[in-house]
Design a protein around this ligand. Structure first.
Ligand code: HDE
Length: 694
């Protein structure tokens, strides 16, 4: 069997052998290129005819002895596997995690010891609620699952793009998911929370309040998976070589900052390009614009477990970053697309229980339940207990144990012995002590009576929901109110609507009143909780803003000013902006000074919602009236989605004819000698929320 470059820790202090390509090398032996080869059956018999089945007579029935026909159809009949029960819609890429700074004071995890250590990773992003074929840009929590192929075995960090969760105890997970999925009597709506059962669940399970605030915020309509944070959500433990433990929460911070779509745009993209987010990741990687995220942890000393006004084991709570800072220690770069989505992305099996020595669990009851669920679901989804042998799931280290048989066993375990303890194989495979690299569970002291109840320390559901609200800027607050009005406004049952506003008045009175007014129910009578604190780290306004990889649509016809356009496009490209030339038809357009530009998209093949900004050059076209109309549509849509729009000197008449107004993010070449740079700055800002769009 193929061996990774794994260290045998029995020889202590041996320098760790690291090979960041170990996973690629392992996968290489499974890659098959069919191009240029003869067509064969799965038994490797060459096929002479793949057009006609074998028949008794030219117009007669098909014969059973046509083994190629039987095999081909049978395989086809069985080529679907169950989609994931949640997180079905997802997409993944390979990459590498590089350690900046040793974490050995806190954890003995091998891949977190020596700065510079590179560990291969496989990362899958997903939507929670929708089916495999649903649209990418629906309002939903995004999954952010990372498999680290470490030299001590696989470590999975199976997180989300939101740091908290709807429920506190895993026993409620099937209820939550039943409520959010399409309603069973009519299977409507797909991939959406805007329906009765979801909001009925929320109003009757108030521990969800904090999560729902995040869910109604822009976080659930990310611009790109490359522009969202990731969170481990639960409290885990780091344990160092001396056995000292810290509570930790994991954070991924995207190099491009945290950015979102606007809701109207997200819905339109669902139709214009349902694969918007997977295309974004795929194309970025193909173009060498690798997705990057820094990894860090918040840490709390075990002695400080009870120092906070929330329970640190409650997955509906954050640890505000201003109180417990995030210590960044490494970076993940996603740099290779998969070869085959089914073989890799669909068959990958993540499990929060896949840990390595130095990383351990806590009593968070949500985490505890997940430790059961993932293998259980994978047993049915991947057809039995041998899914760890599927190439994407294999550790880069060899594994040895006495587990045997099961459906589709790949390995051939040799020898007579398959039990522990034994004398016939000298009691091997043998166990390892902690010093030899054996996983020894953290010896937490636990005592108490068996009980089905919730700790009082888990019962404050609204303080942090309000902390989140307090941390939002006015535009972000407006988006939350709009999202509530959209979502709850789609609920048919008026009583459920009323219950929702009666619940969310605890977060903010004005917010709940405005939602109540918007959805035609009574203003709630309750009071908001008394929390004045805020956490600036929660607002997306305080994020990194760079133009890199944002997409600009250049709207162009004949008769543009060549030098001007050339200079602007050059500057855009210099700053890493992706430029897409859009015109009346594909082919060339010509400038007044003879310069010609290749048009790669038309107003039909693209849409303003698929761009981050517009550069309106304008010009002339065969059907001038339609050309003018199309450009105005592009400008009007981008203007009301708060996007930057730059007008070349020939583009100004198109501005005058549109609904756009002079104001933030509207840039003119006619009155700015540094237009190209001003425009790049505007692109980096992404959205101009203070624009008056009405
Ligand atoms: Fe999951 N979750 N989950 N979950 N989860 C699954 O496992 C489950 C939870 C998350 O890209 C399933 O293999 C329970 C929190 C991601 O393949 C299933 C509970 C967080 C993915 C399952 C939770 C997650 C899953 C479905 C309540 C963020 C996709 C298919 C305690 C920290 C991984 C599968 C991928 C997938 C169970 C809650 C993240 C059914 C019981 C909290 C990113 O086992």
């Amino acid at each position: 069997m193929l061996r990774g470059d794994c260290v045998d820790k029995s020889s202590l202090n041996q320098k760790r052998v690291v090979d960041e390509n170990s996973k690629d090398k392992q996968l290489e032996q499974f890659r098959v290129n069919n191009e240029g080869k003869s067509l064969t059956t799965n038994q490797a018999v060459k096929i002479s005819n793949d057009e006609e089945s074998l028949k008794a007579g030219i117009r007669g029935p098909t014969l059973m002895e046509d083994f190629h026909f039987r095999e081909k159809i049978t395989h086809f009949d069985h080529e679907r596997i169950p989609e994931r029960v949640v997180h079905a819609r997802g997409y993944a890429a390979h990459g590498v995690f590089e350690l900046y700074e040793s974490m050995k004071d806190f954890t003995k995890a091998g891949f977190l010891q020596e700065p510079g250590t590179k560990t291969p990773v496989f990362t899958r992003f997903s939507n929670v609620a929708g089916s495999l074929g649903s649209a990418d840009t629906v309002r939903d929590v995004r999954g952010f699952a990372v498999k680290f192929y470490t030299q001590e075995g696989n470590y999975d960090l199976v997180g989300n793009n939101i740091p908290v969760f709807f429920i506190q105890d895993a026993v409620k997970f099937p209820d939550l998911i039943h409520a959010v999925k399409p309603e069973p009597h009519n299977e409507i709506p797909q991939a959406a929370t805007a329906h009765d059962t979801f909001w009925d669940f929320i109003a009757n399970n108030q521990e969800s309040a904090h999560m729902v605030m995040w869910q109604m915020s822009d976080r659930t309509i990310p611009r790109s998976w490359r522009m969202m944070e990731g969170f481990g959500v639960h409290t885990f433990r780091f344990v160092n070589e001396e056995g000292k433990a810290h509570f930790v929460k994991f954070h991924w911070k995207p190099a491009l900052g945290v950015h979102s779509l606007v809701w109207d745009e997200a819905q339109k993209i669902s139709g214009k390009d349902p694969d918007f987010q997977r295309r974004d990741l795929w194309e970025s990687i193909e173009h060498g614009n690798f997705a990057e995220y820094e990894l860090g942890v918040q840490m709390i000393d075990e002695a400080d477990e009870f120092m906070f006004d929330f329970d640190i084991l409650d997955a509906t709570k954050i640890w505000p970053e201003e109180i417990v800072p995030v210590k960044i220690f490494g970076k993940m770069t996603l740099n290779r697309n998969v070869d085959n989505v089914f073989a890799e992305t669909e068959q990958v099996a993540f499990h929060p229980g896949n840990v390595v020595p130095g990383i351990d669990f806590t009593n968070d009851p949500l985490l505890q339940g997940r430790l059961f669920s993932y293998i259980d679901t994978q047993l049915i989804r991947l057809g039995g207990p041998n899914f760890t042998e599927i190439p994407i799931n294999r550790a880069v280290c060899p594994f040895h144990n006495n587990q045997r048989n099961g459906y589709s066993r790949q390995r051939i375990d040799v020898g007579q012995v398959s039990y522990h303890k034994n004398s016939l194989a000298n009691n091997t495979p043998s166990t390892s002590t902690a010093k030899e690299g054996g996983f020894v569970h953290y010896a937490e002291k636990v005592e108490g009576r068996i009980i089905q109840a919730r700790s009082d320390s888990f019962k404050d559901h609204f303080s942090q929901a309000r902390l989140f609200w307090n941390s939002m800027t006015p535009p972000e607050k407006q988006h939350i109110i709009d999202a509530f009005i959209f979502e709850v406004g789609k609920v048919q049952n008026l009583n459920v609507r009323q219950q929702v506003v009666d619940m969310f008045v605890r977060v903010d009175k004005e917010m709940a009143d405005r939602v109540a007014d918007g959805i035609g129910v009574n203003r709630p009578t309750g009071e908001q909780v008394n929390v004045t604190a805020s956490s600036p780290a929660l607002s997306q306004e305080n994020t990194i803003k760079v133009p890199y990889t944002l997409k600009v649509g250049v709207l162009i016809g004949n008769g543009f000013t060549g030098a001007e356009v050339k200079k602007t496009v050059k500057t855009l490209r210099k700053y890493g902006v992706t430029v897409d030339i859009v015109g009346e038809k594909q082919g060339k357009v010509r400038g007044t000074d003879g310069l010609s530009v290749n048009v790669n998209d038309t107003f039909l093949t693209m849409d303003p919602v698929l761009f981050d900004a517009l550069y309106v050059v304008g010009g002339t076209a065969d059907n001038q009236a339609k050309f003018n109309f199309d450009i105005q549509y592009y400008i009007n849509e981008s203007f009301r989605h708060y996007k930057p729009i730059g007008f070349a000197s020939t583009g100004v008449p198109f501005f005058s004819a549109s609904n756009a107004k002079v104001g933030p993010g509207i840039v003119f070449a006619t009155n700015d000698s540094d237009f190209d740079k001003t425009f790049v700055k505007a692109i980096a800002t992404q959205r101009f929320w203070n624009r008056d769009i009405y």
